[in-house]
Design a protein around this ligand. Sequence first.
Ligand code: NAP
Length: 315
Amino acid sequence: MTEIRDTVILGSGCAGLTAAIYTGRAGLNPLVLEGHEPGGQLSITTLVENFPGWPDGIQGPALIDNMKQQAARFGATFQQAQLAKVDLDVHPFRLQTSAGEICTRTLIVASGASARWLGIPSEQALIGHGVSSCATCDGFFFRGKEIAVVGGGDSAMEEALFLTRFATKVTLLHRRDAFRASKIMLERAIAHPNIVLRTNTVVEEVLGVEEKDVKGLRLRDVTNGQESILPVSGLFLGIGHVPNTKMLAGQVDLDEDGYIRTRDNVLTTHNGSLVHGVFACGDVQDRRYRQAITAAGTGCMAALEVEKFLEERGH
Ligand code: NAP
C-alpha cells in the first residue's frame, strides 16, 4: 500500500517554501516536489531589495536557501521530481511523478511561472548559444562584449543593469514607447552610461544560426517598418513569464493565459465548482502582483487552508 501523505507541495519557490514552513510547523510533514526550476525565479535573480526584513537587501538564492532550511527544520522533505499526471477526481489524489507514485490528501500547487520567449525560430535555435533568459546564469559569458536585452518591465531593467557588470554596452529593446517597469528601475537604466534604450523596436531575427553563435539582430522599427542590423554577441529575454500549469489542464480552471483561477485567493475550482483539497499559491495563480512577498503570503494562506481542510475531515 502506498503511504497517504497529508500534503504535497508542487514547486519550491517562495510560495511553495512558505507553504512548506507553515504545513511543516503544523506537523503535516509536507513533501515538496522541487520541479524543473528548483527554488523558482528568486534562485536566478540577484539582489532582492523589497522583501521585508532585509534592510540592505538579500541575494535571491540566499533568501530561497534560508526558506528551505527553515522548512526543513519543521520536517519538510524535498524531492527532485516533477508532476507528470494527476487525477483530481479521485481522493486521496494519486500523483504520477518523475520519481514514482505519491498519494496525498491535499495538494498545494506552487509551480510558478517560467521565462517567456519571443518564439521566433532563430531565437529558439540559439538558446544556449548566445540567447538566454537568465542574466545571472549566463551574463558572465559576455564579458567585454555588446549585448541586447528585450523587454520593458522590471525584469528587463534588472537584467540590463546586471549585465553592465560584464558587457561593454547593453541595448535595451522595447516594442512600445511606454514602459511597464517601475519608475526607480527605469530611471536607473536610463541613467546608466552603458545602457542604450531603443523603443518601438522588435527583433525579427537573431543572426548566427549557421555559425551556432549570436552575431547580431535584425530589428524592425514598428513606427515606420524600417529594418536595421544591431551587431551583438548576446540576446537576453526579459519579457515576462508563463504559468506552469500544463499538467493540470482540464482538471482546474485556467484563464486564457494558463493562470489558475482561484476563489478566495487560493481555493481552486473546476467548471466553477471547488476542487476540494487542492490549493494554488504564488505566481501560478497571480497575474497581477507577482512579487516574492505576495507569493509567500499566498503560500501561507494555502497552508492554512490545508490545515483547515484536514482538520474538518478529522485528520
Ligand atoms: P512584465 O511586467 O509583464 O513585463 C514584460 C515586458 O515584456 C513588457 O514590457 C512587455 O511589453 C514585454 N513583452 C512581453 N511579450 C513580449 C514579446 N513577445 N515581444 C516583445 N516584448 C514583449 O514582466 P516582468 O518584467 O518579468 O515583471 C513581472 C513582475 O515581477 C512585475 O510585477 C515586476 O514588478 C516584478 N519584478 C520586480 C523586480 C524588482 O522589483 N526588482 C524585478 C523583476 C520583476 P508590453 O509592455 O508592450 O506589454
